[in-house]
Design a protein around this ligand. Structure first.
Ligand code: NAP
Ligand code: MG
Length: 514
C-alpha cells in the first residue's frame, strides 16, 4: 500500500462501547489509530505439526524424568489460542530436596572434580544440540509463551546457543578470567527465571554456572516451562552427568522452597523487584550468595540532532519487541522539544503498520501477551494513565477473538509522577515525555526507582559520552536499542538488582576467589 494512503487515514476517539480484550476502554482522551487496510501480506504460518509435545512433563531430577511427590500437575496454555498444550509437574519442598541432593552428589562426585576442558566439551555439545534443534525449540517457545516466531527464531535461539558456546570457552580458562587468583566453584546453585525469555534466561543462568564447575537446580516460570523440559532432553542426549542440572517446575511456592533449602550455596534470580526483595530477606543471615536481575523503566532519550527515522525504529524495537515483555524495554521515551511533533507523527504512522496476531506467522510483529494475569496488569496501568490525565494513542489493529492481546500504544502528556512513568507496564505501551536540555534529560531519565538500561540518540559522540556517564543504568545503548551479546555484561542499579550476567563479569557470581 502506498505511503500516501496511510497518511489519509483517520484518527478516531475511542467510544464507551469499544472494548479491549473484553474491557470497556476508558473513553477519555484515548485516541485510536485507524489506518484502514494494512499493508497486506499473505499468511505465512510456521509449521508446527511436527512438534512432539508431551501430554505431561515430569520433573528432571538426577538425569531422569520423575513424577512429583504431590502427584499434582498444572496446565500450560498457548496464550495466543488459550488451548492447553500440556500438563506440567508441580514440585513441592520434597521434590526440591531430592533435586538439591542430586545436584550436591553430582557436584561432589563428578562435576567439581572434572577438569575445565572436559566440562567445556559438554557445554559445546549442548550448544551444538541447541543449534540443531533450534527451529523446533523456537516454535515451542512461541507456542508456550506467545512471542513471535520472528523473535524466537532469529533472536532467542541464536542467543541461547551463543551463551553455551561462549561459556564453554571459559570453562578451561578461568585462570585467565581472574589472573593471579584461583577461582573455585561455589557448589549448588538454585536458579529462578521468568517467562519473558524462557530459554534465554535458562542459558544465562546455566551456562556460566556449569562452566565454573557448579551444579544447578533450575526453576522455570509457571507459564513457560515446556522449553526448559526440552532442554532437559538435550542434556540427556549430550550425556551430561546425572544431577549436574535438575529442573523443577511449579509456581512461586516452588521457587520459595528452592530459596529456603538449606543446602544451596547460591541463588540467582531474574524476575520482579517485589519477589527480589522477598529473596533478599530470605537469604539474609545465611551463607547463600545472591544475585538479582529485576525490573526496569528505561528511558530512550532522543536529541534534536538525532537521525529521527532511525531513532523511531529504535523506539519501536525498544518497546514493542516481545510485546514489551522486556525488563530493559525502552518504556519511557524522552524527546527533546524541538523534534517532539516530528517524532510523534512518525511513531503514530509506524505503530499503525505493526501487525498484531498469530505469533507463529512469520510476518507478525506483535504476538500474544503471555498470560491473562499480565494482560490484566497492563490494562490496569493503562487505565491509571488515562485517569491521571495522559493521552493514549493506540493502533486499531484487529485483535484475534481468542487469546490475550494488547495493541501497540503510547501515552503523551505524561508527567513524572504518573504511575505509567514510574511503574513497569511490561506490555507494548510507551510513555512519552519531553525535555529541553541535556541536564533535564539526565534528571528525568534517572527519576525512577529502577536503573537497568537506557538509550541515547544523537549524532554527537561527545554528547553520548557525557550523558552515558551520568545515567544510572547498567546498560546504555547509543543510536541503537535492545542489542544483546553473550560477551557483554548485563545487570542493574538501584531496584533493578545487583550482580552481572554475561561476559567475563558473568563468571564472578559463580566462583569463590582466593
Ligand atoms: P516474578 O513474579 O518475580 O517471577 C519470576 C520467577 O520467580 C518465576 O519463576 C516465579 O514463579 C518465581 N517466584 C514467584 N514468587 C516467588 C517467591 N516468593 N520465591 C521464589 N520464587 C518466586 O516475575 P515475572 O512477573 O514472572 O517476570 C517479570 C519480571 O521479571 C519483570 O519485573 C521484569 O522486569 C523482570 N525481568 C528482569 C530481567 C533482568 O534481567 N533484569 C529479565 C527478565 C525479566 P512463577 O512465575 O511460576 O510464579
Ligand atoms: Mg504457556
Amino acid at each position: 500500500m502506498p505511503r500516501k494512503n496511510l497518511r489519509r487515514s483517520a484518527i478516531v476517539v475511542l467510544d464507551q462501547e469499544k472494548t479491549l480484550n473484553g474491557r470497556v476502554a476508558v473513553p477519555l482522551r484515548a485516541r485510536h489509530l485507524d489506518f484502514g487496510e494494512k499493508w497486506s501480506y499473505a499468511p505465512a504460518p510456521e509449521a508446527h505439526d511436527y512438534i512432539k509435545l508431551q501430554p505431561r512433563y515430569q520433573l528432571f531430577i538426577g538425569g531422569k524424568f520423575v513424577a512429583p511427590r504431590s502427584g499434582k500437575y498444572f496446565a500450560s496454555i498457548n496464550p495466543a489460542t488459550e488451548e492447553k498444550l500440556a500438563e506440567i509437574a508441580e514440585a513441592d519442598a520434597r521434590d526440591i530436596d531430592l533435586a538439591v541432593k542430586s545436584a550436591r552428589r553430582a557436584y561432589k562426585n563428578v562435576w567439581s572434580k572434572m577438569p575445565g576442558r572436559e566440562r567445556g566439551k559438554f557445554l559445546y555439545r549442548i550448544a551444538r544440540l541447541i543449534q540443531e534443534k533450534s527451529r523446533e525449540l523456537a516454535v515451542l517457545e512461541t507456542m508456550d509463551g506467545g512471542k513471535t516466531i520472528k523473535e524466537s527464531r532469529d533472536i532467542d535461539l541464536p542467543l541461547v546457543a551463543a551463551h553455551f558456546f561462549y561459556y564453554a570457552g571459559w570453562a578451561d580458562k578461568l585462570e585467565y578470567a581472574f589472573p593471579g587468583r584461583t577461582a573455585r566453584p561455589l557448589g549448588v546453585a538454585g536458579q529462578i527465571i521468568p517467562w519473558n525469555f524462557p530459554l534465554l534466561m535458562a542459558a544465562w543462568k546455566l551456562a556460566p554456572a556449569l562452566a565454573c564447575g557448579n551444579t544447578c537446580v533450575l526453576k522455570p516460570a509457571e507459564t513457560t516451562s515446556i522449553t526448559a523440559m526440552h532442554l532437559a532432553q538435550i542434556f540427556q542426549e549430550a550425556e551430561l552427568p546425572d544431577g549436574v542440572v535438575n529442573i523443577v517446575t511449579g509456581a512461586g511456592e516452588t521457587g520459595k522452597a528452592l530459596v529456603d533449602h538449606s543446602d544451596i550455596n547460591k541463588i540467582a534470580f531474574t524476575g520482579s523487584t517485589s519477589v527480589g526483595k522477598l529473596l533478599t530477606q530470605a537469604v539474609a543471615g545465611t551463607n547463600k550468595r545472591l544475585t538479582l536481575e529485576l525490573g526496569g523503566k528505561a528511558a530512550n532519550i532522543i536529541f534534536e540532532d538525532a537521525p529521527i527515522d532511525q531513532a523511531v525504529e529504535g523506539i519501536i524495537s525498544g518497546i514493542y519487541f516481545n510485546q514489551g515483555h522486556v525488563c530493559c524495554a525502552g518504556s519511557r521515551l524522552l524527546v527533546q522539544e524541538g523534534v517532539f511533533r516530528a517524532v510523534i507523527r512518525k511513531l503514530r504512522d509506524r505503530i499503525a503498520t505493526l501487525r498484531v496476531g498469530n505469533p507463529l506467522d512469520k510476518n507478525t510483529d506483535i504476538g500474544a501477551i503471555n498470560s491473562r494475569m499480565q494482560l490484566d496488569k497492563i490494562c490496569e496501568l493503562v487505565d491509571s494513565g488515562l485517569q491521571q490525565g495522559a493521552e493514549l494513542v493506540q493502533s486499531s489493529a484487529k485483535l484475534p477473538a481468542k487469546g490475550y492481546w494488547y495493541p501497540p500504544s503510547f501515552f503523551t502528556g505524561v508527567t513524572a509522577s504518573h504511575r505509567i512513568a514510574q511503574e513497569e507496564i511490561f506490555g507494548p505501551v510507551l510513555s512519552v515525555m519531553t525535555f529541553r536540555t541535556p541536564e533535564e534529560a539526565i534528571e528525568r531519565a534517572n527519576n525512577t526507582p529502577y536503573g537497568l538500561s537506557a538509550g541515547v540518540w544523537t549524532d554527537k559522540g561527545s554528547k553520548i559520552f557525557k550523558i552515558v556517564s551520568k545515567l544510572r543504568a547498567g546498560v546504555v545503548w547509543a543510536n541503537t536499542y535492545n542489542k544483546f551479546d553473550p560477551t557483554s555484561p548485563f545487570g542493574g542499579y538501584k531496584e533493578s538488582g545487583f550482580g552481572r550476567e554475561g561476559g567475563r563479569h558473568g563468571l564472578l557470581p559463580y566462583v569463590a576467589l582466593s
